[in-house]
Ligand binder design. Sequence first.
Ligand SMILES: [Zn+2]
Length: 500
Amino acid sequence: MATLVHGGRVLRSDTFTTELLDIVLEGEEIADVVPSGSIRGEGLHKIDAFDRLVIPGLVNGHHHAQAQLIKGRFDAINLELLLNGQRWGNGHRTLEDKYLSALIGAAELVRKGCTASFDMFAEIPLPTPEGVEAVARAYSDVGMRATIAPMMADRSFYEAIPGLADSLPEPLRRQALAVKSAPGEASLAACRQILGGWRFDRARIRPALGPTIPHHCSDAFLTGCRDLAREFDVGFQMHVSESRLQAVVAARIYGKSLVAHLDSLGMLGPRFCVAHGVWLDEDDRRRLGDRGASVSHNPGSNLKLGSGVADIRRMLDRGVNVAIGTDGTSASDNLNVFEAMRLASYLSRVQDHPVERWITAREALRAATEGGARALGLERIGRIEKGYLADLVFLDLAALHYVPVNDIVAQLVFGEDGTGVDRVMVGGRLILDKGRLLNVDLPRMRAQAEEAVARLATANSENLALAQALAPHVGRFCSGLALSPLSMNRFCGHQGGSHA
Ligand SMILES: [Zn+2]
């Protein structure tokens, strides 16, 4: 039976204004959008949207399913210290833990108005078909859409940073070098199995590949991923130019930027999504724009880890598709795409842009909806229009940030924190109603999480001890290396001139 969502104030994606409109749903799709009250709706299933603002579900451009079980464990750390803690944080996970961590993340995202997420899911030491299937199942059970990219490397963090291992005192050097990534061939073979055996509907849950950071991967492994992606028609996400250290290391290893290196390997294209892109120069942005690539801007993560402020205005100038992401809970904690959207707009104002080039509320909203949809390879979401999939978020206009209403879109982007989310629908099916997740047993999930955290703390105690012993050395070395001179005029302006 068709459904009529009636009486709501609906965001029009063409004008980014709102109108009182009714939405006709047939199956998963939006069959029509009509003036309010123009259809009587006899024989239709009706959903009352009176006093609700109806927007397309937000799309999260970058996230990590594995991170939820270590929520809150990281305070004052940068990216390199986070990577140093990876084995401790993610080690010894059972299949149930992998499912559970993904489930907690998906539940929080939906509760805060997000309906699709680009997930770089890491398993140690390499992706497994069962692990990726568990994460896909978690998203599917909650009712969300996701693009899942198994996160991989064939070099350990300690091997990837030139000089780092040699800077460590024994026995830490030996212990760090004993931490191995899986060989590239093994990860590629696993991915071939994952892509070949994919049983989820790709319009809902689709696979991608996630070689994590360019210099953590050999060129042979990267080109292997490139070829596999072409063979199975899937996209990519990689962490690129996230920290200043990465820009320094790229110049040392490749004699060019990470983006230029990836371009020389033929990796860039419309299915390629950069996560972060804080340390891009004009040439990088031109390459990404010319190749039709996307960047997921993750402002909360970039702030928490001290990575910097990505310049999305200059990305948009070059035709780069910009999405907005939360990153995982280790890096930005609260999985709130509303907050990420607001930060994306606000942070554009502390760079070297004149007022007329600041990212407006509407531009941020476009990035968090349509921009994200394109980055995920899910082109039929992100707009409320005939022919699009019915992924809708209903916001309660009685929430205090809408009282009184002046410019509802500005109030949505700058004021909404998720507390106004009343209902969430994906593909025409409600998955959150009156703030309650319909497909998640929250008390059970919570009890399982508490049990998992206690068990994993014991299982990973040695990994933790090693990470803690390494941390001061890693922190000192990486901070020193990150401050090496870069040809800074290349980056001029994009960090507010703070390092010029
Ligand atoms: Zn990430």
